[in-house]
Design a protein. Structure first.
Length: 242
């Protein structure tokens, strides 16, 4: 029985009531840090401090204006990760950013906001963005060639193999995928079979959600939990070759 199954069994046994009321609540767990297999690197501290400082000065209200109704997530920080995503790009100045999980395009727009002139952003999903209800993306966002969408599932070996050469040139990989307890673990296994750039950082969304707890915990590479400055459901940053 893995960690997630054990935690689920305990939660069912406890039958805990919700401790307070709010718009959205998720179960999570607290865990000791001294025995975590992945401790932060000095580079992660430097990147995090730089990104947090940059996020304070960012204005993403133009993305919020594309949303059809509140909450206007790009304006919420900390608590939502969009300003932090843009700030990571501003701090790292990556040549290539890959986003896993396009959905309504808010993350893609935030990432592109600070993309350097020579940079490119590739966003992946299994559904083309025009088919997503209330998408914030517009055809004009793709006109300069710095943003493109690729349709495919990185947990499928054949597709991962076809996309591997792109990943080997990726400086920042942002994973905002299904959190189904399978995809993220499979992706991590696939990534371990290729060589990412020496400076590559991998960011994971929702690391404090129930299905992500054991996946994030098991990562033995240098990593840093940035939830207090990112997404309320968890933001984690991995120094892949640290």
């Amino acid at each position: 029985m893995n960690l997630t199954d054990r935690l689920k069994r305990k939660a069912l046994h406890w039958s805990l009531p919700l401790p307070f009321r709010c718009r959205h609540i998720e179960y999570s767990a607290l865990a000791s840090a001294d025995d975590d297999p992945g401790r932060p690197s000095e580079r992660l501290f430097d990147v995090a401090l730089g990104a947090v400082a940059a996020a304070r000065r960012l204005d993403l209200s133009w993305i919020s204006k594309r949303m059809v109704s509140p909450p206007y997530y790009p304006d919420v920080w900390p608590g939502e990760h969009y300003k932090l995503l843009a700030a990571l790009v501003q701090t790292l100045q990556p040549r290539r950013v890959v986003e896993v999980g396009t959905f309504q395009g808010l993350g893609a727009l935030a990432l592109k906001h600070a993309l350097p002139p020579h940079g490119e952003l590739i966003t992946l999903d299994i559904i083309p963005w025009p088919e997503i209800k209330d998408s914030a993306l517009r055809p004009s966002d793709f006109e300069d060639g710095r943003l493109r969408q690729v349709i495919g599932d990185l947990s499928v070996p054949t597709f991962f193999s076809s996309f591997a050469s792109t990943l080997t040139g990726t400086d920042l990989l942002f994973v905002d995928a299904p959190k189904d307890g399978r995809f993220e673990r499979t992706l991590l296994q696939h990534l371990a079979t290729i060589q990412l750039p020496r400076q590559a950082l991998v960011a994971f969304d929702d690391i404090r959600q129930w299905n992500m707890l054991d996946i994030w915990r098991e990562i033995a590479r240098p990593k840093l939990d940035l939830t207090s400055f990112g997404h309320w459901t968890g933001t984690g940053l991995i120094d892949w070759n640290g």
